[in-house]
Each structure stands twice: as C-alpha cells, then as structure tokens.
Write a protein that binds this ligand. Structure first.
Ligand code: HEC
Ligand code: HEC
Length: 246
C-alpha cells in the first residue's frame, strides 16, 4: 500500500506541533460511557471484537504507525511531560480496546481523533497493535521529581500493593487476557492525569471496579500512587541500556 500521503501528513503534523498550531480535524462522535446507566465496561462488540480476532501483520503495522510517531515518537516512548503516553510494549488487547474506544468516542481524545481514524479497518487496528506491542519499553521516562520522591514512592507502594497489584501486577505488567494495561515505563505526569480523570469520572471508558477503588483517593494519594507506578519496571520487556544499542 502506498503510504506517501500519510508520510507527508506526518511531517506536516510534526511541523505544526513544533509551532504550536492546533490541528483542526473532524469532531469525534460521543458514545455513552461510565456516566450513563447501563454502561458495560469492555462490551465485546463492533470493530474491537473483529480486530481482536485477527492476527496482526507487523510490517503493515509499522507503516501504519508512522503517523502515530509524530506524537508518540517512533520508539513509542511518548513524552516525559505526559502530553503523549508511552505505548511501547503495551498489550495488543489493551491497544485495540483503547484505539477502538477513541474512534467510537467512548474515550475522549480530540487531539488524537483525526489520526486515530486514519487506521483503515479492524485488520489495521490489529496490525498497528502488534507492531507497538513488539517494541521494547524505554528505560528513560518521566518520573516523580520532587525532593520527597523516596517518601512518595514508599507511600504509593503501600497503596498499590493493597489495591492495584491484583489487577496491574507486581511489576506493572497488567493482564493481556483481561485488558488490564501495562503501567511499567509510563510517564508520571500522564499517570497522574489518568488517575485524576478515572477518579473524577472523566475517562469515560474506565473500569468500574477500578473506579470504586480510586474514588476515595485524595489528590495527595494520587501523587503518591503515580510516583510509585512511574518507578516500576518490567523485567524482560525493557529496552537495553543505550550503550548496548546498535
Ligand atoms: C496529535 C497527537 C497524536 C497522534 C498523531 C496520535 N496520538 Fe495516540 N494519543 C495522543 C494523546 C494526547 C493521548 C492521551 C490522551 C489522554 O490523556 O487521555 C493518546 C493516547 C493513545 C493511546 C492510549 C494509551 C493508553 O495508555 O491508554 C493509544 C493506544 C494511542 N494513543 C495510539 C495511537 C496510535 C496507534 C496512533 C496512530 C494511528 C496515535 N495514537 C496517534 C495523541 C496522539
Ligand atoms: C479490577 C481491576 C483493576 C483494579 C483493582 C485497578 N485497575 Fe487500573 N485499570 C484497570 C483496567 C481494566 C484499566 C483500563 C480501563 C479501560 O478499558 O480503559 C485500568 C486503567 C488504569 C490506568 C490507565 C493506564 C493507561 O495506560 O491509560 C492506570 C494508570 C491504572 N489503571 C492504575 C491503577 C491503580 C494505581 C490502581 C490502584 C489504585 C488500579 N489501577 C486498580 C483495572 C484495574
């Protein structure tokens, strides 16, 4: 398939981001999420269900990812300032669900929406997810940088082990079958934003069992839990230190 138009768009996008010009695209639809009665988390339907049934083609996935790299970087590392999340090594199930939710207007993401819809069909969702999952998780990423980091991490660890480990795992490895995201290697500022939005009902595709857990958290608790999460590493999935790279 000829990806030249995408490539040009990608370069244009990088230029626009550099100058801070907003990219006006088509408005996203709005699906009913956690704010509505009768919300079922992760209903197995639509293009998500179809994409989950396909074997991803990693070569087409790499091409389709080109435009994504303008924000998430070619390595998938995202940005330490938390604007764009780290994606590398994420489970294909989670990636497919999040992309489908963004495309359906179940997870609000006006910045990404015009690019999310550039993926052609459910097969290409599977392709790009397979490619992203194959990338190693960068070791360097945004962490909590306060002088009280040790204290925050320790407090966050206690909360995490009591309330989060069961789903997201000891090392932040999540659970592929259950659509629980990998957290290891994620940027502190992105984590803090997600924690806040999930607690406050603004991430509309959230998991109700997780919302129950996080609802009583104070802003201070969210800082501590995010500080701890950003300290997690997943043995075997992290990129080799820079010196060892070819
Ligand atoms: C213009 C910038 C931009 C582009 C281009 C872009 N994204 Fe995103 N993406 C974002 C932002 C911003 C978020 C986080 C939104 C939030 O905070 O909820 C995000 C979130 C995501 C998430 C959810 C991550 C998570 O941890 O839940 C996935 C998956 C994703 N993007 C995949 C892609 C793919 C695949 C492409 C290419 C088709 C792409 N993105 C293109 C800006 C972009
Ligand atoms: C019942 C299982 C469960 C529990 C308990 C749980 N989570 Fe989650 N978490 C999920 C699921 C499922 C998602 C993805 C929701 C979706 O589909 O968008 C998620 C999403 C997240 C995300 C967003 C990841 C991303 O890439 O955007 C973070 C961060 C997170 N959880 C952290 C936590 C923390 C910290 C705790 C403990 C306070 C916790 N979770 C407790 C299941 C759980």
């Amino acid at each position: 398939m000829n990806r030249n138009p995408n490539m040009k768009l990608s370069l244009l996008l990088v230029g626009l981001l550099g100058t801070g010009v907003a990219f006006a695209g088509p408005p996203a639809p709005k699906a009913q999420g956690i704010e509505s009665e009768g919300y079922t988390w992760n209903a197995q339907e639509g293009e998500k269900l179809e994409a989950l049934g396909y074997t991803g083609d990693i070569v087409n996935g790499e091409e389709a990812y080109e435009i994504c790299g303008a924000c998430h970087l070619p390595s998938g590392a995202g940005r330490p300032d938390g604007t764009f999340p780290q994606l590398a090594g994420q489970h294909t199930t989670v990636l497919i669900k999040q992309m489908a939710d963004i495309r359906a207007g179940l997870r609000d993401n006006p910045t990404m929406y015009p690019f999310a819809i550039s993926l052609i069909d459910p097969q290409e969702l599977a392709d790009v997810a397979t490619y992203i999952e194959s990338l190693c998780i960068p070791v360097e990423h945004g962490k909590y940088e306060g002088a009280d980091a040790a204290l925050q991490i320790n407090r966050g660890k206690q909360l995490y082990e009591k309330q989060c480990l069961e789903c997201h795992g000891k090392n932040g490895e999540g659970n592929k079958e259950k659509f629980y995201p990998v957290i290891a290697g994620q940027h502190y500022k992105y984590l803090l934003r997600q924690m806040t939005e999930i607690r406050d009902g603004k991430r509309r595709n959230a998991n109700p069992d997780m919302v129950k857990v996080i609802k009583p958290y104070t802003n201070e608790d969210l800082v501590a839990i995010s500080a701890y999460q950003s300290s997690l590493t997943m043995p075997g999935s992290m990129c080799k230190p820079k010196a060892a790279k070819k």
